[in-house]
Design a protein around this ligand. Structure first.
Ligand code: ADP
Ligand code: ZN
Length: 225
């Protein structure tokens, strides 16, 4: 299963990505998480990336592409992967297709999680993240059982630096300018699947999973032939 998750910041990509990863046993790769970690440790491109992130801008295409290629080469990606936060430009999408084609591979489905700007801002303002495992929570819609600690690993929950309303607005603008066209890119050859993201987390997943089950069924038929 080789998937891409698209949608405004706050749409629920990370949340759905985790659910898919858990059900199908493939890695959920958040380029944002990888970059935020590099920024925190200050290693490699981390220093350079910090300035882009806190302003709500994208890091340069070549840096993003490099990060993803590196990650997809790891052994746990052999059975499939879910990309979250990449591609963010049409150029990145083309680079990914080109690279995968060299190995006879491809992106099978791109999901668009649809949400309004208003809901996205509300979600981002109340998003909390686990410092240790990256699990995503929401102060209202997906609360951790303990106060400020992760249900899964006991790690500390924190608010991302770029989860302010001001940065969110800049990220929406950048999304509309640069990332929205990526949707058309995948729609052109029938790889785009659109789901309504303004519903409970479990209900959104039912829709996503419906498409995934079809993909699994098709693959099984393919293998049996
Ligand atoms: P993205 O990765 O697209 O930026 P996240 O998965 O981090 O979005 O979700 C943003 C916030 O909204 C998080 O706090 C998450 O817990 C919450 N959230 C995600 N999906 C839903 C949903 N369907 N209903 C309510 N809240 C949600
Ligand atoms: Zn955790």
């Amino acid at each position: 299963m080789r998937l891409v998750l698209l949608g405004l910041p706050g749409a629920g990509k990370g949340t759905q990505g985790e659910l898919i990863a858990r059900k199908y046993g493939i890695p959920h790769i958040s380029t944002g998480a990888i970059i935020r970690e590099a920024v925190a440790t200050g290693i490699g491109y981390g220093k350079e990336a910090d300035a882009y992130l806190t302003k709500g801008n994208l890091i340069p295409d070549d840096v993003a592409i490099e990060i993803v290629y590196d990650r997809l080469n790891k052994p746990d990606c052999r059975r499939g992967w879910i990309l979250d936060g990449f591609p963010r430009t049409v150029h990145q999408a083309q680079a990914l297709d080109k690279k995968l084609a060299q190995d006879g591979s491809d992106v099978q489905m791109a999901f668009e999680i649809r949400i309004t700007k208003k809901s996205a801002i509300e979600r981002i303002a109340k998003r909390r993240m686990c410092r240790d495992c990256g699990a995503i929570y929401h102060l209202e819609f997906h609360r951790a059982k303990g106060k400020g600690v992760c249900d899964l690993c006991g790690g500390e929950l924190f608010r991302r630096d770029d989860d302010t309303e001001e940065t969110a607005r800049r990220r929406f603008y950048v999304y509309m300018q640069q990332t929205h066209p990526v949707m058309h890119y995948y729609a052109q050859d029938g790889r785009l699947y659109s789901v309504d993201g303004i519903r409970a987390i479990g209900d959104v997943f039912v829709d996503v999973d419906h498409h995934l089950q079809r993909l699994v069924a098709e693959q099984n038929v393919g293998e049996a032939q």
